[in-house]
Design a protein around this ligand. Structure first.
Ligand code: ADP
Ligand code: GLC
Length: 477
């Protein structure tokens, strides 16, 4: 049994902006079930929601700043969560990365440096928690300084750094490195320096004992200039320590048979009932209630990564076909505006909900027929797996985790019952449109459609396999 400090900037259901939260809320549970002694470390954001008791455990002195460590649990589990409480940084309205106006926190570097310092002290056993880590498992740039800082400690625990997205690196001017009072020996081209900037993510990639990312395909992609975001050289240099482990999903929370957010629960043997969720979704979004029209959905951060520009370019052509299109998301203001304009032009066909709505996201997964994920890059992606579980056919671009989790519906793959979705290659609106046409044709071929739905619903996306792969890494360290 290893004592593992899992350091993350978000974890569902306490605080979530995207897939990192889903992973941090479920992987530690799966590892605890495999007998590991897991502790989660999170900043104590004002937005954290929990009904479990929160108790004060101790104080830590971090480079002259005193923080409190609070303790709670991951809801419905035995996994202990430690929260780094420092109200001047974390006690304000907003999300982990953006302030209440939607702008990146101006003190992001200070906030996550303090968080990393807390992780180091706890991991080294220099706290009154009575616990010392064997392994520190860090996630994304917000925890990248931890492996770097541990590299200069004696008898430090081993470190694993998981990359969920190379596009977010935590880059700050050199002057921050100085004002943050980080150890001078970490400033070098093989260390935290990246073209004279301070790079948090490099702290993880350069110093962690093992690096993982969230799909085998993305592990290869990030070693190329197209996906490596300038760090492809370092990543290839570390290829012997780098591996891709596909994310699992929480198969209880995303289960159409027990989902409390949807009006009609169903499973593969009662798939007809899915139509009731479709009707309820159409009613809720004020779209004409029609079972025969394919409903295409997209739930996403509205950012370049997700291929939203392709969707916007493809939509005017799609509207000439019999279908309905639903978007739930928020992000880039210009994408939001352009999507809303299209919805105003085609109110009978397009519904756009700007915002974040967990409950609606479940109803969409249950009620839609087709799910769009035309990402330009996608380290893993979770909604394509949620969709398969709900009998909703995903259309994905062949990249990253999408390529690893969706099997294209071709005559032979439908016949041998391996097809689970539609896969296209080029990040271009006409390729997406072709894929959508293929999906709509398939939708009207009821027998094949049902076969593809059932294949997806029967797939095992549980954490079991992936958690075992992380465990094997822990055991080899
Ligand atoms: P990423 O982490 O890059 O955003 P993922 O596919 O890994 O992409 O995970 C996104 C997660 O966030 C999924 O659980 C998805 O349902 C959820 N999500 C994204 N946007 C919204 C939204 N507007 N409302 C509700 N859930 C959302
Ligand atoms: C990132 C990626 C997404 C992945 C998620 C969880 O946000 O963009 O592809 O599924 O992390 O690992």
């Amino acid at each position: 049994m290893k004592k593992v400090l899992f350091v993350t900037s978000e974890a569902h259901p306490l605080i979530k902006t995207g897939g990192l939260a889903d992973v941090s809320g479920s992987l530690p549970r799966a590892l605890a079930e495999l007998g590991q002694n897991m502790r989660l470390l999170l900043p104590n954001y004002q937005a954290i929601e929990t009904t479990d008791p929160v108790e004060h455990r101790c104080q830590l002195d971090l480079d002259g700043v005193t923080v409190d460590i609070l303790q709670t649990r991951l809801p419905d589990s035995d996994v202990i969560v430690w929260l780094v409480n420092y109200p001047p940084y974390f006690g304000k309205p907003g999300n982990p990365y953006l302030d209440a106006q939607g702008k990146p926190w101006i003190d992001s570097a200070e906030r996550f440096t303090l968080f990393c310092r807390a992780a180091v002290e706890i991991a080294m056993g220099r706290s009154e928690l009575g616990w010392q880590a064997d392994i520190v498992h860090c996630n994304d740039w917000q925890s990248g300084l931890v492996p770097a800082m541990l590299s200069i400690e004696e008898k430090a625990p081993a470190t694993v750094f998981t990359i969920h997205n190379m596009a977010y690196q935590g880059l700050f001017p050199r002057s921050k490195f100085v004002s943050l009072n980080l150890p001078e020996q970490l400033w070098n081209p093989d260390g935290l320096e990246f073209y004279n900037m301070l790079s948090f993510i490099k702290g993880g990639i350069a110093y962690a004992d093992r690096i993982t990312t969230v799909s085998p395909t993305y592990a290869l992609e990030i070693q190329t200039p197209e996906f490596g975001c300038g760090l492809e050289g370092l990543l290839s240099h570390r290829q012997d320590d780098l591996s891709g482990i596909i994310n699992g999903i929480d198969q209880e929370y995303w289960n159409p048979e027990t989902d409390e957010f949807i009006p009609q629960q169903y499973k593969s043997t009662t798939l007809k009932k899915k139509a009731l969720n479709k009707a309820s979704l159409q009613r809720k979004l004020a779209l004409p209630e029609d079972e025969e029209l394919p409903v295409i959905a997209l739930i996403s951060r509205l950012v370049q990564q997700k291929g939203i520009d392709l969707v916007i370019d493809c939509l005017p052509h799609l509207t000439s076909m019999p279908m309905q299109f639903i978007v739930l998301g928020s992000g880039d203001r210009s994408y939001e505006r352009r999507l809303q304009n299209l919805a105003r032009l085609y109110p009978e066909k397009i519904s756009i909900t700007i915002g974040y709505d967990e409950k609606l996201s479940h109803l969409i997964e249950a009620g839609a027929d087709i799910f769009f994920m035309p990402s330009r890059f996608e380290p893993c992606g979770l909604n394509q797996m949620y969709s398969q579980r709900y009998g909703t056919i995903p259309i994905v671009r062949r990249t990253g985790g999408l390529a690893d989790t969706v099997v294209d519906a071709l005559p032979h793959s439908i016949a041998d019952k391996s097809a689970t979705g539609i896969v296209f290659n080029e990040p271009a609106a006409d390729s997406l449109l072709e894929a959508a046409k293929r999906a709509i044709l398939l939708f009207h071929d009821k027998k094949s459609w049902r076969t593809v739905q059932l294949t997806g619903m029967h797939k095992d996306f549980s954490w079991q396999n992936s958690a075992r792969q992380y465990l094997a890494i822990y055991q080899n360290l």
